[in-house]
Write a protein that binds this ligand. Structure first.
Ligand SMILES: *[C@@H]1O[C@H](CO)[C@@H](O)[C@H](O)[C@H]1NC(C)=O
Ligand SMILES: *[C@@H]1O[C@H](CO)[C@@H](O)[C@H](O)[C@H]1NC(C)=O
Length: 159
């Protein structure tokens, strides 16, 4: 009898552990559309998701086109470019028009500090940080309102 009881406790604990995991899970996917284009999507409950381009083919691209599928909540994009590996300073120019209606704010993150860099200008430009990255956080809606949003940027080396 006692054994059954212990078994039940262990089962319950691991079950609730699994539930927590499921709730916290935020699995990211980047599906390649062409050399420098892809679809970003997430499975699980994502309140704050992150995509690091470091280990992807997209670091070889200067012109990148992403489709963020079913944008919800916050998505942080850690941009690296062909200039990152060469340790050359660069500028990212992001198209803001395609974000409208789905992304209410864009934040720049440097040293874990975020700054609201939302602009009504057609292009948002951001210079690389000390790690030769540009980290941008996109704030999407809290309820699904668009099935997707285009995140398109170009990177140019700084003279
Ligand atoms: C999942 O986590 C969020 C935030 O931590 C919480 O608000 C929500 O109620 C949780 N959902 C379930 C089904 O436990
Ligand atoms: C998204 O980030 C903004 C700015 O940091 C914050 O105010 C907001 O609560 C975040 N949204 C979610 C769903 O975490």
């Amino acid at each position: 009898m006692l054994y059954y009881f212990i078994f039940a406790i262990v089962g319950l604990v691991s079950f609730s552990g699994a539930q927590t995991l499921i709730n916290d899970s935020c699995e990211s996917h980047v599906d390649k559309l062409s050399t420098c284009a892809g679809t970003i999507s997430f499975s699980g409950d994502c309140y704050s998701s992150k995509i690091e381009l470091r280990d992807t083919e997209y670091v070889k691209c200067t012109d990148v086109n992403f489709f963020w599928s079913y944008p919800l909540n916050n998505m942080t994009l850690v941009i690296e470019t062909p200039f990152t590996q060469k340790r050359q300073r660069f500028t990212v120019s992001l198209e803001t028009q395609p974000l409208q209606g789905a992304v209410s704010h864009v934040y720049r993150i440097i040293d874990d500090q975020e700054t609201d860099v939302t602009t009504r200008e057609p292009i948002l430009t951001q210079d690389s940080d000390a790690n030769y990255q540009v980290i941008l956080k996109f704030q999407g809606p809290t309820r699904l309102s668009r099935y997707g949003v285009v995140i398109q940027y170009e990177s140019t080396v700084k003279a």
